[in-house]
Design a protein around this ligand. Structure first.
Ligand code: NAD
Length: 300
């Protein structure tokens, strides 16, 4: 391996420490405790794991954590009523509705019912519009984490050629927007892109957010490029024992690391940064709600 490893786990610990420091200051100087409410509808096992780890990290940085677990059959009106209550609760500064929602609930309607100022996932249509016009917004956590790592590694990404593979509302599109706002030259590639290998080969920065295990091989990577692997894919790992699995990203780590200048691993790259950025967004939302200065370096 010749690439520098971008250690998301260590960087996320640094971000959480900064958040914790700011939370302490809010408590001692202003008697304010930032509060995050997480709403989980149904029993999706992966969502349960995410929610549990969000709760643990929220309390670890000294914030108030509130969890609402609703039945999978919950009526849309009841979920909207809960969001309404959280919107007006002065002790709650961030609201996160864990996705995906059960099929009978309209995700867009539910997300757009959250007060945009408390929308710490950055999915509300107002925040999408603010980000798209380069205004202060709540920024989706995963792309924010990727941006922080890129800024830390490069200093400035102005003028660099960036390719984002994937165009989802959660990762690909906001990632492209953030790179553009930092003056990179941005290409968004997706499932219909022709000659994807050639498109990726032009990039100084490659962000892979597809959900296909190891689909980007090393010979697509320009020598010295920075590779940010957002993908989280589970593969069978019989070598670890029967029924065991291992996590891999969307890039083939070994061959890409032999060519790239820097690369994020999976696990231990983008994943830990996502939760750290959720905490960062909550403290930012709390400061904005109280007219206080925002922590530096924790927003886009
Ligand atoms: P998604 O399924 O919503 O979007 C996938 C995108 O990939 C689509 O825009 C599609 O056009 C594109 N795509 C599909 N096949 C392609 C191909 N052959 N070539 C080029 N593009 C192709 O997925 P998502 O929610 O954006 O997530 C992407 C990956 O990132 C998943 O593995 C997911 O688990 C992971 N993820 C990780 C984190 C984290 O915290 N690390 C957070 C969110 C998502």
């Amino acid at each position: 391996m010749t690439a520098t490893l971008i250690d998301g786990k260590a960087f996320a610990a640094k971000v959480r420490a900064q958040v914790a420091e700011h939370v302490t200051r809010l408590k001692t100087d202003h008697a304010i405790t930032p509060g995050l409410a997480v709403v989980l509808v149904g029993e999706d096992p992966a969502s349960q794991v995410y929610v549990r780890s969000k709760r643990k990290m929220t309390t670890e940085v000294g914030m108030k954590s509130v969890e609402h677990r609703l039945d999978a059959e919950t009526a849309e009106a009841d979920l909207l009523a809960l969001i309404d209550t959280l919107n007006t609760d002065p002790e709650i500064h961030g609201i996160l509705v864990q996705l995906p929602l059960p099929k009978h609930l309209n995700e867009d309607l539910v997300i757009n019912a959250i007060d945009p100022a408390k929308d710490v996932d950055g999915f509300h249509i107002s925040n999408v519009g603010l980000l798209g016009t380069g205004q202060k917004s709540m920024v989706p956590c995963t792309p924010l984490g990727c941006l922080m790592m890129l800024r830390e590694h490069h200093g400035s990404i102005s003028g660099l050629d960036a390719v984002v593979i994937g165009r989802s509302n959660i990762v690909g599109k906001p990632m492209a927007q953030l790179l553009l706002n930092d003056s990179a030259t941005v290409t968004i590639a997706h499932s219909r892109t022709k000659e994807l290998a050639d498109v990726v080969r032009r990039a100084d920065i490659v962000v892979a957010a597809v959900g296909r295990p190891q689909m980007v091989p090393g010979d697509w990577i320009k020598p010295g490029a920075t590779v940010i692997d957002v993908g989280i894919n589970r593969l069978d790992a019989p070598e670890k024992g029967e029924g065991k699995t291992r996590l891999v990203g969307d890039v083939d780590f070994d061959s890409c690391a032999a060519v790239a200048g820097a690369i994020t691993p999976v696990p231990g790259g983008v994943g830990p940064m996502t939760i750290a950025c959720l905490l960062a967004n909550t403290v930012t939302a709390c400061c904005r709600a109280n007219g206080l200065p925002e922590p530096e370096g924790l927003t886009a």
